[in-house]
Design a protein around this ligand. Structure first.
Ligand SMILES: [Mg+2]
Length: 204
């Protein structure tokens, strides 16, 4: 059995899209994806630090977040192929755990385990649970994880940095599937015909 650790924001959920919408609605600040070259919107856009803090501490941001294209299909495929999926996020706001559980359920995301980093850091789980891979979007976390596990970094402007031999920076879930040797979006349909569409119908 293969076990994989997966980050949520910026990997499964479109945290940038949700923050972009919130910045415009709350503060009238229009931020562009390609400008976000740092992990922290106030470091690279017109958004002030206090505005950024307000956006990221508001549970609505996480409850309204859309999926990154292909994320659900990829996780369904991995599940049906027998992969053990651990979701680990560093969210720090009130009720982060139940809010995240609710979002994962509403979006139909399959997983075996979920925990916040406040319970156990990603790098410690990766080591203890002997993950085969960890999928992450934050550069500093990817570097840290790469000391104990092969890291797949989902490419975004905020993580376009020098890589080491244990980090593969890949563009979206199709590329990630190829890297894992799995044909995403097709495998589970082949093995369980109709289940994927039933699952989508039930969750959309
Ligand atoms: Mg992330």
């Amino acid at each position: 059995m293969k076990r994989i650790g997966i980050d949520i924001d910026g990997v499964i959920g479109d945290i940038f899209g949700a923050a972009q919408k919130a910045a415009l609605e709350k503060f009238g600040v229009d931020i562009r994806y390609e400008d976000v070259t740092e992990h922290g919107l106030s470091k690279c856009t017109a958004l002030a630090e206090w505005q950024e803090k307000e956006i990221f501490q508001d549970p609505d941001l996480y409850e309204n977040m859309e999926l990154i294209p292909g994320a659900r299909e990829a996780l369904l495929t991995l599940t049906f192929l027998g992969w053990d999926i651990w979701l680990i996020t560093s969210r720090r706001f009130k009720n982060a755990s139940p809010i995240t559980w609710g979002w994962l359920r509403d979006k139909g995301i399959p997983f075996q385990f979920f925990h916040l980093e406040s319970y156990m850091p990603k790098v410690k789980s990766a080591k203890l649970q002997e993950f085969s891979f960890f999928i992450e979007d934050r550069y500093s976390t990817a570097l840290e994880l790469s000391t104990v596990v092969d890291v797949i970094m989902m490419a975004h402007p905020w993580n376009d940095r020098p890589l080491n031999g244990c980090i593969a920076r890949l563009d979206g879930w199709d590329e990630i599937g190829k890297h894992l040797g799995v044909e995403m979006d097709k495998e589970y349909e082949k093995q369980y015909p109709g289940l994927g569409s039933l699952h989508r119908a039930a969750t959309e």
